[in-house]
Design a protein around this ligand. Sequence first.
Ligand SMILES: C[S@@+](CC[C@H](N)C(=O)[O-])C[C@H]1O[C@@H](n2cnc3c(N)ncnc32)[C@H](O)[C@@H]1O
Length: 248
Amino acid sequence: MDYDDFSDLYDHQYDLYRDDLHFYAGLAERMPGRVLEIGAGTGRVTAFLARRGAQVTGLEPSARMIGRARERARREGLTLDFVQGDAAGFALTERFGLILAPFNALMHLYTPAEQLAALRNIRAHLAPGGTFAFDLYVPRFGVPGTLRHEGETFYAPDGARTDVFLVQRHDPPRQLLTTEYFADTTTPQGQLSRRHYTLTQRYYTRFETEWLLRCAGFAAPRVTGSFQGGPVTESSEVMVFQTQGEGE
Ligand SMILES: C[S@@+](CC[C@H](N)C(=O)[O-])C[C@H]1O[C@@H](n2cnc3c(N)ncnc32)[C@H](O)[C@@H]1O
């Protein structure tokens, strides 16, 4: 999944998403050493941790997402370290006391082979006694095949207005959810242009994820149904996983 095309829209859509920030910052405060963030995107979490004194390396495949993250770092006077690469293929000499994959980053691993390769690689980069933490949304979908506007409207400094519409396709046998985004921008002069983006996510069930972790050399994870803790229940919107290497 290539986020290059998405990079313009991403911060408009998600920069104000803060549900996860204090959870990941709390882990970073408790763990010594550098933190590795898998799928760091435009640095939303990376910058939040760095502002609190953590030393974070952000791994991210999309050059344009990294470009945005570096702009953010410059704007905020932060020193952020980004490495271009993907979860299965990256190779760093350092071992990390904390590895994070926030905000559904693992949903861009589409087959069991890709998932296992990535998780084994993450495991190999974890320092002895280190923690791997990530979150995934609980699979629950809106009406498929219906064009929707979910309140996403942004105004640029020049007054241009962008409305985001989306339509989703669900492929249950493959556990895939594809979202087509249409970003319609109207200039103050009334000129309308449309950009189109496609995002496919491979969603996970809770116990599938637990077994995947075990297969990749991790211990049975602690799973909560929110960033504040508590069990996964029918009303949970996220599943939050924390694990260590097996046998540690
Ligand atoms: C939903 S965004 C999350 C970004 C950031 N962590 C945040 O919380 O805002 C998912 C990110 O994962 C990245 N990604 C996609 N495939 C990946 C892979 N195979 N390995 C690592 N990251 C990947 C995307 O480029 C994207 O930036």
